[in-house]
Design a protein around this ligand. Structure first.
Ligand code: ADE
Length: 237
């Protein structure tokens, strides 16, 4: 999968070269390209923002460098149509199902906004272009970050661990919280490792029993109890 990220702070995305995602990059599973939006400005001050039409606080990112940057990225790979992802607190929620969907795509391009956001014509323009495979405005949660970069770190990691060859054990994504199927609307229960007693705390007997049916049943009950306690919103009526 190819991943391009455009930001005024491309160094913010360097942690994607570490750990699990970094290994996927090193292995060639992810072809990662970071771009500095300011490289696509033409004025001496490398301006990327301006005052909002209609008034109001803060600054809005200009469509001009965004258009140049995204056209440049697009032109690098003529045979594949990229999906444009724009993180914004006003976007549709990014969920595990979103990560799953995106993990099947060939090319994701992330546009990191700052300030009060990107001029809305950028999304309009790229939504209507046949050489792009759609635009997704997404939010990672109901809080406001200073920019899209931290959200992109989150989303790329969530997608990367679903790509074939990235997780050591192909089963480990299957039993995750929110994994498609049985876990889709539940969170995982507690996990334990050795030693069987630590301080005054014991690992539940069932996990030491070797009885796979009982262990499965216990895990399901723990997941249900934890979901009811912490995430009643997932259970519906
Ligand atoms: N940019 C600022 N806040 C954000 C959020 N919650 N999700 C995605 N992008 C953002």
């Amino acid at each position: 999968m190819r991943v391009d990220i455009v930001s005024i702070f491309p160094e913010y995305l360097e942690p994607l070269r570490l750990s699990l995602v970094g290994k996927a990059v090193d292995a060639g599973i992810i072809d990662l390209h970071l771009h500095d939006l300011r490289a696509y400005t033409r004025d001496r001050h490398r301006t990327v923002d301006d005052t909002p039409y209609g008034g109001g606080p803060g600054m809005v990112m200009s469509p001009v460098p965004w258009g140049e940057a995204l056209d440049h990225v697009r032109a690098d790979e003529p045979s594949v149509r990229p999906t444009l992802v724009v993180p914004t607190p006003s976007g549709r929620p990014f969920r595990q199902a979103t990560a799953q969907e995106w993990s099947d795509r060939d090319w994701l391009v992330f546009a990191c906004g700052r300030y009060e956001g990107i001029d809305a014509r950028v999304v309009d323009h790229f939504s209507g272009r046949e050489d792009w495979d759609g635009v997704c405005e997404v939010s990672i949660g109901d809080y406001v970050l200073a920019g899209g970069e931290a959200a992109v770190l989150v989303m790329v990691e969530a997608v990367a661990r679903l790509l074939p060859g990235v997780l050591g054990n192909e089963n480990s994504a299957r039993e995750d919280s929110f994994a498609p199927g049985e876990m889709a609307e539940r969170v995982e229960g507690p996990v334990f490792t050795k030693p069987p007693q630590w301080r005054d705390l014991h690992v539940p007997d069932v996990l030491l029993s070797g009885h796979h049916g009982n262990i499965e049943q216990w895990r399901r009950a723990q997941a249900d109890a934890r979901t009811a306690e912490r995430r009643p919103d997932l259970l519906g009526d």
